[in-house]
Design a protein around this ligand. Structure first.
Ligand code: SF4
Length: 212
């Protein structure tokens, strides 16, 4: 008996009307899973799937990768620029040229009054290497401020402090490949087999260990 039902309902896989699969890299986290995005006949993303031959994720995606197509139509997602003159006023729609000119003018105004380093730029961990390089050049070479950092630095700072105190090194002392070779693995503070990262759970399963 399945929770009061005598018969299990058949699994139905929704037909998302995928017209083409496009290869990409998931940019949500630093694992960088190989992902294929299914687009419909209008070119809109409708679903995703992992790439089977990819060494990093071997066909699997975590829930963030699996639901990634949904963010394109998520309520509240910004699709056009808006400006407001004062913080307590409502946002007003504008066009991209006007919005970008406004940002440039404000950067110049602040720098003219307080110095070039008065502007700071914080980037994201969700960009590719080439984009990081380009943004770094733009910030330091064109905007002219030395105050440029990425959220990767910030979010890893506490982890690195822990690594150094625990292992004497500023990086994780192992790699995914070690999982397949070790005879003994101790995990503290986390049930890796059940709650761990999608890639780690996959390694446990491929080693024949069921969820704990
Ligand atoms: S683990 Fe999840 S969020 Fe990270 S790259 Fe893979 S699918 Fe994306």
């Amino acid at each position: 008996m399945l929770f009061g039902r005598a018969r299990k309902n058949p699994i139905r896989i929704a037909n998302k009307a995928v017209a083409e699969w496009k290869y990409a890299t998931c940019g949500y986290c630093s694992v960088g899973c190989s992902i294929e995005v299914g687009v419909d006949a209008r070119g809109s993303p409708v679903t995703t799937r992992g790439v089977g031959g990819a060494e990093v994720n071997r066909g699997k995606l975590c829930i963030k990768g699996l639901t990634q197509a949904q963010i394109f139509a998520a309520p509240g997602r910004g699709s056009a620029p808006k400006v407001r003159e004062r913080i307590f006023e409502d946002w007003q729609p504008t066009d991209w040229d006007a919005a970008l000119d406004r940002v440039a003018d404000e950067f110049k105004r602040v720098q003219a009054r307080y110095g070039r380093d008065a502007v700071a730029v914080i980037s994201t961990g969700q960009m590719m290497t080439e984009e990081f390089y380009t943004l770094g050049k733009l910030v330091r070479g064109v905007i002219g401020t030395n105050n440029y950092d990425g959220n990767t630095t910030l979010c890893m700072a506490s982890a690195v402090a822990g690594y150094k105190r625990l292992f004497g090194s500023d990086g994780p002392p192992g790699c995914y490949g070690d999982f397949e070779h070790t005879q003994c693995l101790l995990a503290f503070g986390s049930n890796l087999q059940r709650d761990g990262h999608a890639r780690v759970v996959l390694l446990f399963r491929s080693a024949g260990l069921p969820p704990a």
